[in-house]
Design a protein around this ligand. Structure first.
Ligand SMILES: C[S@@+](CC[C@H](N)C(=O)[O-])C[C@H]1O[C@@H](n2cnc3c(N)ncnc32)[C@H](O)[C@@H]1O
Length: 293
């Protein structure tokens, strides 16, 4: 039987928006009822009816009903620990180069926001293996992931401390959202394949510096970069075009590093020897960096 994706089905997620832009997330159930101060709307009015349609409550207010995006869902889902927000989820997928079919080790399950984004990006042929130290988060996280990703049979959750060791080898990507990732640098170096990427999300600069110094000391990580993103929405009408007054400025920093051969200074015939300094083409940015050291 083909399902008409233009219409809501029982069990689907729906996002209702009122005329002031307030949004409500719900799962459509047979016999379910949505209540707000704008009145009541029976779920069966939506089931079998158009996505993107307008629906009137018993008090005469009109609500727009669409399917929530992954970003809509994670903003409103039940949560335990602090989640990673859509602002960073998109950039994590790009900076860590999470690709369809990849095998990803993730540190910290929390409420399952990042796990959901990773599962979507690796697709059905990829795998996510998550290390989570606190078993009590699992039911909520699993329920969240199931609602937004559906079948998550390619997700394996291991209860354990990722600092103690990762048993898998030849892994494409490691993505960490744990408080002390510098404790995992050695085990991440052992599990990543050559050219594999580590990405760590960290809220404070003190953590960032500790991680970067640990990555440098390990010698197997190169191309170590730290990124922050600021996201600003805009108000656009016929009479005024300006940034919105409020924005989410700080959430966290993203640190990436690539697993490489350790850098060794050997004999001149050794290909790992760096060319003399004067033969290296410099640029103004490099020189400016040098002054800060
Ligand atoms: C901030 S939450 C992760 C949130 C998650 N990324 C999300 O978007 O919903 C951090 C998680 O890491 C877990 N954690 C902390 N230290 C850990 C460790 N050493 N090994 C594995 N998990 C750890 C915590 O129990 C918590 O669930």
């Amino acid at each position: 039987m083909t399902v008409d994706r233009n219409c809501f089905q029982e069990g689907d997620l729906a996002l209702l928006q009122d005329r002031k832009g307030r949004r409500h997330l719900l799962t459509l159930l047979d016999g379910g009822v949505f209540h707000s101060h704008q009145g009541r709307l029976d779920h069966e009015r939506l089931i079998g009816h158009s996505v993107g349609g307008w629906y009137r409550t018993d008090r005469g207010h009109v609500l727009l009903a669409v399917r929530p995006t992954l970003g809509d869902f994670v903003r409103q889902m039940p949560r335990g620990p602090q989640i990673i927000y859509p602002k960073d989820l998109g950039l994590i997928i790009m900076l860590a180069d999470i690709f369809p079919g990849a095998t990803v080790i993730e540190g910290g399950l929390g409420s399952g926001s990042l796990t959901s984004a990773l599962l979507r990006a690796v697709g059905v042929n990829g795998r996510v293996i998550n290390y989570e130290i606190e078993e009590s988060w699992l039911p909520k996280a699993r329920a969240n992931i199931q609602k937004v990703v559906g079948d998550a049979s390619n997700l394996e959750i291991k209860i354990g401390d990722i600092y103690e060791g990762i048993s898998e080898r030849n892994i494409d990507r490691v993505v960490l959202d744990v408080p002390e990732p510098w404790q995992a640098v050695s085990t991440v170096g052992d599990c990543l394949l050559m050219g594999g990427i580590l990405l760590s999300f960290l809220p404070t600069v003190i953590q960032v510096q500790k991680l970067v110094l640990a990555l440098e000391a390990d010698t197997r990580f190169q191309m170590i970069e730290t990124t922050e993103t600021l996201l600003r929405t805009w108000h656009v009408t016929e009479r005024s075009v300006r940034p919105d007054h409020r924005m989410v400025a700080h959430s966290g920093f993203l640190i990436t590093a690539v697993r490489c051969q350790p850098r060794v200074i050997g004999t001149p015939s050794d290909p790992s020897v760096e060319p003399p300094a004067e033969t290296v083409a410099g640029n103004e940015e490099d020189e400016a960096d040098g002054r800060d050291e």
